[in-house]
Every structure is written in structure tokens, then in C-alpha cells.
Design a protein around this ligand. Structure first.
Ligand code: SAM
Length: 438
């Protein structure tokens, strides 16, 4: 246990020291404009903070979501605040003061400087009443005393706990500080809105369904009727980037599942609704002319696939799932998905019309037989979107690219693998004109 927490005020006097620990990337003069996802404030971030912190557009989108909720009066608390980015994005949007607690004194100093930097861009009265404490986020009583407060002063508790880099079990007890202890020590200080306290808890993105249930039970054991929204964040690389539970006054009572899809240009698409039944896979292999679509992993994990399909496919189109697990969930449909709709496109990794089937695996030695199918589909580029040895994949892709350079005017396509009656087969798909492969 640390000695009593030391509060740091959010003051410009911190900038000199912060600049030594982690210099700003972008000069502040360029950023003194309204807070937006394309215009992040200048922040002091160490390499570890860059790796661990929530991307700025997601911080902002979450702050927007929180601003829509009816919260109790009070401050925003982050008892493991790291860079302070997410905490002070909430404070700036809600115009409420915040308390950050950070066990690492250098990180705490940077968080306080970052709070002030965010206030410089989006200044308000919240900053004078905000603090970062160097201390243990589990020592709630000492933290509250150190800011000379008492009682239920916390309207929102957000925590993104540290997790070991080599986490194996992705279980709750790997989180630091641990969730159950955090809840028990902070409960006496949580102000309750109409739907209970406001809690936002980041968890391991690979948490199993059992562990998710464990989180729900833990929260509902203290506040049985409070609403709960699960949120998945995806950057579209075939894995979930973040998994968060929004609870009580912070939850959206209209949806129990929500996905935030962060695009490379910083735009964030939000899809929310009621979680559907799990996907049922139907194994019969695709036929030529049907459409194969690799969808965002988060879509199936969140159970929002039916909601998306309604938007993505014409009413009369038939569809079935060929694969629901892993990095490349695969949807087969009789019609082309409506890729011109940005909210459809945001959740698609690749889509294309099936043009041929290959029975031999794509290896450097087998490229000639693959080229026969590629040529008959008039392709100038084929991206490998199948399971391959990660060391071999770049070599095969390079050889393919070299062999296909002689057809510069062709279409783009991709290759997926699927089990069939005679073992794994590989399907060549042709992307629609004008598509941009991710
Ligand atoms: C995943 S990072 C938080 C990232 C933060 N959300 C951001 O946007 O930068 C977790 C942080 O918790 C801090 N931490 C771990 N245990 C703690 C404790 N008992 N009390 C306070 N901070 C703690 C770590 O030092 C680390 O900076």
C-alpha cells in the first residue's frame, strides 16, 4: 500500500516536466480548435501509453454516448487513469470535474498535464476542480479524503485496468486493480442516477462468455435491476480491440450490445441493438455467382449480425453463414451487399462474387495452378484471406503479385478457405468494381 495519495492540480506549470518525460508530437498552436476525432489535442504520451490508451476518436465517441445518459450529479473517476486521455475526454464533454488515480508517479504527472492540455483546447470550469492523484486506486477512502470531499461524489466510475502483456486466461483476476475489489471499495462513494451508478469498465477483449456472465453477475449482485450494455470496439483487423461493459446510468437502456468500428481515417461507426441468437453455420460450399463476404468479427461476437444483414442485403436475397468463429466470419448471399452504404461497408473486410474453386493449397509451388483460375476471372490482384502459416503468407503473396503483374487492367479479388466434403477447398472471389480492399 502506498502512503497517502498526493493530488496534482491540472496546471500549465506541469508542461515543462511533462515535455522532458514525453514530448508532444504536434505543437499546441495547431490544435487550438474545437475537439474532434480528426483533431486530437496535443498530449504527452510515453510509448507504453500509446500502446495502452484508447484511440482518441473512441474516447470522444464514448464521451458523446455518456453525454446522452441521465447521470447523477458528481465527478468522473478513473482509478487507473494511465494517460488520462479517456478520463479528461469525458470531463471536457460532460463539463464535469474528474479525479484520476495512477500508481505510477510519472504517468500521473503526464495525466495531469494531459488533462490541462485537453482543457486548453476545450477549456471549462471543470479543470479547476479536477485532480490526478499519485496513489493506489483501491485506497478509495484516502483518495476521497485527499481531495477534501466526503460522501457520494462520484457520478461515473470508468476504469481500464492494466492486464499482463502475456495474459493467458483473459479472466477477471488478471486485471489490476481487480474489478470486485474496486467495486467494493468505491461503492460507498458512488452517487446513483435514475438507473443506478454510472459504471464503464474495460475488460480483456478476449473475455469468454462465461467471464462476461461473471461480470454481469458481479454487477447485478449489487444493483439487480440496473441496465447493462456491452460494447465491442473493432479496428477491422479480424480481432476485437476492446470489450467494455456500460452499467447502470451509463448503460443505454435501448440496447444491450453495441459496436464501435474505428476506420483508418478516424471516423467511428456505431451499431447498436439487441443481441441476436448465435449464428448457425450451414456448411454446403458456395456456388459460382454467389457472394462471399468476410464480415467484422465484432458483428458476430456482439450478436448484431441480423440487424446489419437487414441493412446490408436486399429483402429477397437469401443468405447463410459459412463460418462464425475466428478472425474471418463468412457470410454467403445470393445478392451483393449494399457496399455504397457506409454503415454496411464499415463492417465488411472483403466481399466478392465466387468465380472459381481451387483444390490445392496456395503455396509458392502451387501458384501456377492457382493462376489458371485467377486468369479466367480476369484478376490483376488476389489477396490471400485464408489460414496460412504467418511466416509463409508474405512469400506466397509476393510471388502471386509478381506473377499477376502482367495483367494490370484486371479486377481485384481475394481467396478464402472453406471445408468441403473433399477437405479444405479455396474459393476465388471477384470484388465489385471500385472496391477498396482493407
Ligand atoms: C490500461 S492502463 C489505462 C489506460 C488509460 N485508460 C489511458 O487512456 O491511457 C492501466 C493503468 O492502471 C495503472 N494501475 C495499475 N494498478 C493500479 C492501482 N492499483 N492503482 C492505480 N493505478 C493502477 C497502471 O499503471 C496503468 O497506467
Amino acid at each position: 500500500m502506498l502512503s497517502s495519495p498526493t493530488p496534482i492540480a491540472l496546471s500549465p506549470d506541469l508542461y515543462g516536466h511533462a515535455e522532458v518525460v514525453a514530448p508532444l508530437d504536434n505543437p499546441p498552436e495547431d490544435s487550438l480548435r474545437a475537439m474532434s476525432s480528426s483533431n486530437p489535442p496535443p498530449l504527452h504520451l510515453t510509448a507504453d501509453m500509446r500502446r495502452l490508451s484508447t484511440p482518441w476518436p473512441i474516447c470522444l465517441m464514448r464521451a458523446e454516448q455518456l453525454a446522452e445518459r441521465r447521470l447523477a450529479e458528481g465527478k468522473v473517476l478513473d482509478p487507473a487513469c494511465g494517460s488520462g486521455m479517456q478520463l479528461f475526454a469525458y470531463c471536457a464533454r460532460l463539463r464535469r470535474p474528474g479525479i484520476g488515480i495512477e500508481i505510477d508517479s510519472d504517468a500521473a504527472l503526464l495525466a495531469a498535464a494531459n488533462g490541462r492540455r485537453i482543457a486548453d483546447v476545450h477549456g471549462d470550469t471543470w479543470v479547476d476542480d479536477s485532480n490526478v492523484l499519485v496513489g493506489d486506486g483501491l485506497d478509495a477512502a484516502a483518495a476521497i479524503a485527499s481531495v477534501r470531499a466526503n460522501g457520494r461524489i462520484i457520478s461515473v466510475l470508468h476504469v481500464d485496468p492494466a492486464r499482463p502483456r502475456d495474459a493467458q486466461r483473459h479472466s477477471l483476476d488478471e486485471m489490476e486493480p481487480p474489478l470486485s475489489r474496486l467495486l467494493s471499495v468505491w461503492s460507498p462513494y458512488l452517487a446513483e442516477g435514475p438507473a443506478g451508478p454510472g459504471l464503464i469498465i474495460d475488460l480483456s477483449p478476449r473475455l469468454s462468455e462465461e467471464h462476461m456472465l461473471e461480470v454481469e453477475q458481479l454487477l447485478h449482485s449489487s444493483w439487480p435491476d440496473a441496465p447493462l450494455t456491452w460494447e465491442w470496439v473493432s479496428t477491422g483487423h479480424g480481432r476485437i480491440d476492446r470489450l467494455t461493459v456500460w452499467f447502470g446510468s451509463a448503460a443505454d437502456p435501448r440496447c444491450d450490445a453495441r459496436i464501435l468500428r474505428l476506420l483508418a481515417n478516424g471516423e467511428v461507426y456505431c451499431l447498436g441493438g439487441s443481441s441476436d441468437c448465435p449464428v448457425a453455420e450451414i456448411g454446403a460450399p458456395p456456388r459460382e455467382g454467389e457472394w462471399l463476404t468476410i464480415v467484422d468479427t465484432a458483428l458476430v461476437a456482439a450478436g448484431l449480425h441480423d440487424e446489419w444483414i437487414e441493412r446490408a442485403l436486399p429483402r429477397k436475397s437469401e443468405h447463410r453463414w459459412l463460418r462464425s468463429e475466428g478472425r474471418r466470419p463468412l457470410l454467403l448471399s445470393s445478392a451483393e451487399p449494399r457496399m455504397h452504404d457506409p454503415e454496411v461497408d464499415a463492417f465488411v473486410a472483403s466481399t466478392g462474387k465466387v468465380a472459381g474453386r481451387v483444390k490445392r493449397p496456395p503455396t509458392v509451388a502451387n501458384i501456377d495452378s492457382l493462376l489458371v483460375t485467377i486468369r479466367s476471372a480476369y484478376l490483376s490482384k488476389l489477396t490471400l484471406r485464408c489460414s496460412l502459416d504467418p511466416d509463409e503468407q508474405p512469400n506466397i503473396q509476393r510471388e502471386l503479385d509478381r506473377a499477376m503483374r502482367i495483367y494490370p487492367r484486371g479486377r481485384r479479388g481475394f481467396l478464402v478457405d472453406l471445408p468441403t466434403d473433399d477437405g479444405i477447398n479455396w474459393f476465388v472471389c471477384v470484388e465489385p468494381d471500385g472496391s477498396t480492399s482493407r
